[in-house]
Design a protein around this ligand. Structure first.
Ligand SMILES: [Cu+2]
Length: 101
């Protein structure tokens, strides 16, 4: 039974891809560079006491998590291989560089 459960766990991990955590703290994406695989998810956290946002203009992986209040998590899925920048619409100096393979 234990072996079966471990097997199921591995299978679901392979199917769903890995999850990467990106925090937003002091108006900075942490980390600010990220290597992912297609099918992986990125969860954006907000550890600042004010709202953030995360979006990309990249056409292949386009997303916009909208207004993200403090303490709220938002998760996106990486769909296509390539490099793209993620920015915060509220704080133009925030930058996250994602490389997806
Ligand atoms: Cu921000």
């Amino acid at each position: 039974m234990t072996k079966l459960l471990i097997g199921l766990g591995l299978a679901s991990t392979l199917l769903l891809g890995a999850n990467h955590i990106v925090d937003q703290k002091d108006k900075t994406f942490i980390p600010h560079t990220l290597n992912v695989k297609v099918g992986d998810t990125i969860t954006f956290k907000n550890s600042d006491p004010f709202a953030h946002n995360a979006y990309t203009d990249d056409e292949a992986n386009e997303f916009d998590i909208g207004m993200q209040k403090p303490g709220v998590d938002k998760t996106i899925t990486v769909k296509v291989a390539g490099k793209f920048n993620v920015e915060c619409a509220i704080h133009p100096n925030m930058l996250l560089e994602v490389t997806a393979k």
